[in-house]
Design a protein around this ligand. Structure first.
Ligand code: SF4
Length: 316
C-alpha cells in the first residue's frame, strides 16, 4: 500500500545527495491468495524494484507490505528470518542465479536444511520429490548447472523456491531469457504448481502476451506509478489508458489477415530522476491535452475493479 522507493543520487568526493530517482512512487495493489497479479511496463518503470522491496532485498522509502496480516516493512531485519521461506523470488536469468559450483541437490536443498523444512533423514527424498514436481529427473540431483539448458535451469530455480513451501512467489521476468518454445513450458509448470499448491504469484514482465497467459489481475506501470489496473479480461478487452493501449497494440498477432492499428510511442522514457510534471506520460501520449502538462490525473475506479489515471475519462 502506497509503496515508495526513492534512490538517492550521490555526487562528488563527499557523496552528497543531489537528487532522487523516484523508482516507485506510491503504488498500491492487492493479491488474493492463490491468484496471480501481473505487473507490466517497459524496463525502468519500477516493477523490479517493487518485487525486490517486497522481499526487503531493497529497503522501502515508505508504504506498507502486508502479507498474511503482517506489515513486513515494519519488521526488524533480524525478525525476518522465519518469514523468508514464505516469500520467495524467481529471477530473470537462470544462468547467473545458480551457483555453478553446486550440484542441483545442494542448490535446491541448501535453504531447506537451513530452515529445517524436513527432518534430516527425509532430506534427499524430499529434494527428489520437489524436483519431480518441477519436471526434473531424479538423477539430475548430482549434476551441475552448466549441464542444463535454460529451461531446465529455470525449473531448478522454481524447485529451489518451491522447496521452502512459500505462500508468495515474486517472479521477475522468469521466462524473458528463454526461447519462446520453452517459455510456454515454464509458464504452464508455474500454473500447474499454483493449482496444486495454492501458490500466490506476483508476476513481473514486460511481455503482455506472457502476462495474459498467467495473470488474474494486471497492473500497468509507467515511470514508478500504476497507470491502469484491472482484472485480466478487462485490461486486454477494454483497455482505458493510452499507455496500455500502446503496449497492447505492439503485441504481434499471428494472423496476417488481421490489420492492426498500431500506436507508436514517440521518444524515450523520461528519467525517473526528473519526471515530467502533470501526467508523467504526457511527453509521449498521442492524446495529451493542456491540463495533462500541469495536473497529475487521479488513479480512479471506473467500475468492475477497473482503475486508471487519465484526464480523458474525467472529461466525460
Ligand atoms: Fe495522455 Fe493526458 Fe491521459 Fe496522460 S492524462 S495519458 S497525457 S490523455
Amino acid at each position: 500500500h502506497n509503496l515508495v522507493k526513492h534512490f538517492p543520487i550521490k555526487s562528488g568526493v563527499l557523496q552528497r545527495t543531489i537528487g532522487h530517482v523516484k523508482a516507485v512512487d506510491g503504488v498500491s495493489f492487492n493479491i488474493k491468495r492463490g491468484e496471480t497479479f501481473g505487473l507490466v511496463g517497459e524496463s525502468g518503470c519500477g516493477k523490479t524494484t517493487i518485487g525486490r522491496t517486497i522481499l526487503r532485498l531493497t529497503e522501502p522509502t515508505g508504504g506498507e507490505a502486508i502479507i498474511n496480516g503482517v506489515d513486513i516493512f515494519k519488521m526488524k531485519r533480524s525478525n525476518l528470518r522465519p518469514l523468508r521461506p514464505k516469500i520467495q523470488m524467481i529471477f530473470q536469468d537462470p544462468y547467473s542465479s545458480l551457483d555453478p559450483r553446486m550440484p542441483v541437490g545442494e542448490i535446491i536443498g541448501e535453504a531447506v536444511r537451513e530452515h529445517n523444512i524436513v527432518p534430516k533423514s527425509d532430506y534427499r527424498d524430499y529434494i527428489i520429490k520437489v524436483m519431480k514436481d518441477c519436471g526434473l529427473r531424479p538423477y539430475y540431483i548430482d549434476r551441475y548447472p552448466h549441464e542444463f539448458s535454460g529451461g531446465q535451469r529455470q525449473r531448478i530455480c522454481i524447485a529451489r523456491a518451491l522447496a521452502l513451501n512459500p505462500d508468495l512467489i515474486v517472479a521477475d521476468e522468469p521466462v524473458s531469457a528463454l526461447d519462446v518454445s520453452i517459455q510456454a513450458q515454464v509458464i504452464n509448470l508455474m500454473k500447474d504448481l499454483q493449482r496444486e499448491r495454492g501458490l500466490t504469484y506476483l508476476f513481473i514482465s514486460h511481455d503482455l502476451s506472457v502476462v495474459e497467459h498467467i495473470s488474474d489481475n494486471v497492473g500497468v506501470m509507467y515511470l514508478g506509478s500504476l497507470v491502469e489496473m484491472a482484472p485480466k479480461k478487462e485490461i486486454f478487452r477494454t483497455p482505458m489508458h493510452p499507455y496500455t493501449k500502446a503496449l497492447l497494440s505492439a503485441v504481434p498477432i499471428p494472423n496476417p489477415n488481421i490489420k492492426m492499428n498500431r500506436t507508436i510511442l514517440e521518444g524515450d522514457i523520461p528519467s525517473p530522476a526528473n519526471p515530467p510534471s502533470g501526467c508523467k506520460f504526457h511527453t509521449r501520449c498521442p492524446h495529451a491535452m493542456e491540463i495533462c502538462k500541469t495536473q497529475a490525473p487521479k488513479f480512479k475506479d471506473y467500475g468492475k475493479n477497473h482503475k486508471a489515471a487519465c484526464h480523458l475519462f474525467d472529461q466525460n
